[in-house]
Design a protein around this ligand. Structure first.
Ligand code: ATP
Length: 310
């Protein structure tokens, strides 16, 4: 008996991500940028519950700003369910319930996590039983960050971020995430980066000639060494994100003053990720930033990718 037929619903949990390294190359003819990135899945999760239905429907609850999340075919989870149905010629539909914890438009891949979770949930609910490789292919068609949300852990992403290779990572890394009420649009941040590179070469990093993840970053992950990783944290989008949101630099400064090793804008922002040497220091940093009126969350990574909950 399949999981779905015994319960009538399937519950999948998928993680948000931090880019501990994000190198951005030039733009290709389609307007996409080449990337060399290291993703780490962290313990801030999206829950997707799939139930049998004749048609396709979606509800979203959770973090305060869910009002901005589309409920139609623009929603990545809805697109994931329909893509799987089309690819497998499944004749029915699904009622999807999304419970969000990852901030919307926060640079942590919440929508991508929803899409990965919806793929896994519908595959189990419908008994379509796709191989991991086929699920990966569908995920890559939905968005560059979706394959990583399926796999989780720590991984190097190249191409548009969707060509994944697992990276060895030992131990646990403690992060304080500082979220913002107002999201940042990923396309706006990339456009700003292009403008800064064109107009003020000195302000923005020049597009790297060769896009490689620096060896010390991979060594730090392999050693489970937060001090070494802190030295290698880098995000080519940070200058552009800070241009749009100058307050992010203050958040990083405050976090480091409170005991974090280093801070970085996560992906296209505006979430700031502060790397801490151990869980106790992370708690101290959290307390200190909360007292300063910010909204800090303590998470750790790496954690698993999209998984069915028993
Ligand atoms: P990106 O993956 O582009 O870095 P992000 O992590 O910054 O994005 P998301 O929360 O994934 O931010 O969503 C970005 C935009 O995608 C939202 O503003 C929303 O309009 C749209 N979107 C589509 N599907 C979803 C979803 N399931 N959850 C949240 N936003 C979604």
């Amino acid at each position: 008996m399949s999981l779905a037929s015994s319960t009538g619903s399937v519950h999948v949990r998928a993680p948000g991500k931090i880019n501990v390294y994000l190198g951005v190359g030039g733009r290709d003819d389609d307007g996409y940028h080449a990337l060399a990135t290291v993703f780490q899945a962290v313990s801030l999760y999206e829950d997707v519950i799939a139930r049998h239905d004749d048609g396709f429907s979606l509800t979203v609850s959770g973090v305060e700003d869910v009002a901005s999340v589309p409920l139609d075919d623009r929603n990545l989870a809805m697109r994931a369910a329909k893509l799987l149905a089309a690819a497998t010629e499944y004749p029915g539909g699904v009622a999807l319930e999304i419970r969000k914890s990852v901030p919307v438009a926060g640079g942590m891949g919440g929508g991508s996590a929803d899409a990965a979770a919806a793929l896994v949930a519908c595959d189990a609910l419908w008994g379509t039983g796709l191989s991991p490789a086929r699920l990966h292919d569908l995920a890559a068609r939905l968005g560059a960050d979706v394959p990583f949300a399926l796999h989780g852990g720590t991984a190097v992403g190249t191409g548009r971020g969707d060509h994944l290779n697992p990276a060895l990572a030992r131990g646990r890394f403690d992060w304080i995430l500082v979220t913002s009420d107002q999201g940042l649009s990923t396309p706006v941040v990339y456009q700003r980066l292009d403008l800064l590179r064109e107009e003020h070469g000195a302000l923005a990093d020049d597009p790297p000639m060769s896009l490689d993840v620096p060896i010390p970053v991979l060594q730090a992950l392999r050693a489970g060494d937060p001090v070494q990783l802190a030295e290698g944290l880098e995000n080519d989008l940070q200058t552009a994100a800070v241009y749009e949101r100058p307050d992010l630099e203050d958040v990083i400064r405050q976090g480091v003053a409170a005991g974090a090793l280093q801070g970085i804008v996560s992906g296209s922002g505006p979430t700031v990720a502060l790397l801490c040497p151990d869980p106790e220091t992370a708690q101290d940093v959290q307390t200190s930033l909360r007292e300063a009126g910010l909204d800090p969350l303590h998470v750790h990574g790496p954690v698993a990718g999209a998984r069915i909950l028993a």
